[in-house]
Ligand binder design. Sequence first.
Ligand code: TYD
Ligand code: MG
Length: 458
Amino acid sequence: MAKSKVAYFCQSCGYESAKWLGKCPSCNQWNTFVEEVIEKASASIPTWKSDLGTRVLNKPSKVSEIENSIEKRASTGDKELDRVLGGGLVEGSIVLIGGEPGIGKSTLMLQFALNLKGRKILYISGEESQQQIKMRAERINDASNSNCYILTETATQNIFKQIELLEPEVLVIDSIQTLHSSHIDSTPGSVSQVRECTAELLRFAKETGTPVFLIGHITKDGAIAGPKILEHMVDTVLQFEGDRHHVYRILRSIKNRFGAAAELGIYEMHGGGLREVSNPSEILLSQRDEELSGIAVSAMLEGARPMLIETQALVSPAAYGTPQRSATGFDTRRMNMLLAVLEKRCGFKLSAQDVFLNIAGGIRVEDPATDLAVLVAIISSHQDIAVSSKTCFAAEVGLSGEIRAVNRIEQRIAEADKLGFETIYISKYNLKGIVREKFNLEIKAVSKIEEVFGLVFG
Ligand code: TYD
Ligand code: MG
């Protein structure tokens, strides 16, 4: 009898090695190698049909001769999900939805399954019983969609058998880490299992043109468990994130073969499932009656979507020797850099102050256009002077205190205008091409950080 083939896999990054290693040469983690059987002695169990030898061999063809098939897109019935997918569901695509446990991935997918009209959808769960899913379905919806089928199963061979019988038009797998294929001997959730199961589903999706959604758990440090390899294999990677204590959830596209990455969808989690939030600015700006110091509004862009968001800062004398610097939703290193700019260019003495920064709504921002609002919030708190709640900012700040231009400025201004802001500060270098008359709000163009402080704080 042939021997089973084993290999060692790093459980953190998926690196494969023939022998056990203490430290992973790829991701430098220690003690992450686990032995996995990658090929069983008798590997004659069929997977998806193509393995049975019916496969037609592909031949090369000229680019000009390839038929131009128009990408078929179907609406998912959920505007936010459509947006993140780049305009709707693409036939034969495979979408991975990652997120921490309890963030609402199952809820999102079940809600999608229940709301999808006119297509047969199969929701496969390896985590919950049919009764549990039914209870959840009743919570979300009236659970009367006759096209939604539930299957609780973890063996891919059996799943494919059921698929052949049912012929669903959309497939949801909750979650990829619970599946196992009998081709491989290692435990569900291990690197080789996850990879094999995904490969089988990928073949199924491409050959039948059925869209497949995979739910994947992410580890504590934010990587999709069983890991990067998955991201290479699938067409689209969506990340479902948010603070579990906040009601808002963000669905972000990290990779998308059929649309722009960095698109964003916002949901609100309530007792009856997830609700789409179509106007995010309204929730990200706090309702305040009086002007408070330490708050500045940034006109930022997430994906192609402009929104106004509050940045809040608290600057107070440090009680202990080393002042604390802490930022939530913003890169701490970037904040430190901005603080250094303030010290050097504007002469504010912040080295003996604790500085805390928070982005409202539990959102993480990466848009450099938030820089100016962050600086203004810090100074506002430091000087204890409030900034008008009708003023917003959209500019990047450079190391020498220069105010730099940002992309899609017109969209940002239009959004601020729509929301009733009266003044927006932008970079002088962004002015070109802007028709000021189009907007009701006043556009103040600046080129140096000192100028901004002069204008804002007098
Ligand atoms: P779930 O979808 O099970 O998370 P995941 O699949 O990502 O692990 O979401 C679980 C959380 O969502 C749970 O804490 C309860 C909450 N929830 C609501 O607030 N309202 C609802 O209608 C549902 C179904 C769940
Ligand atoms: Mg779940």
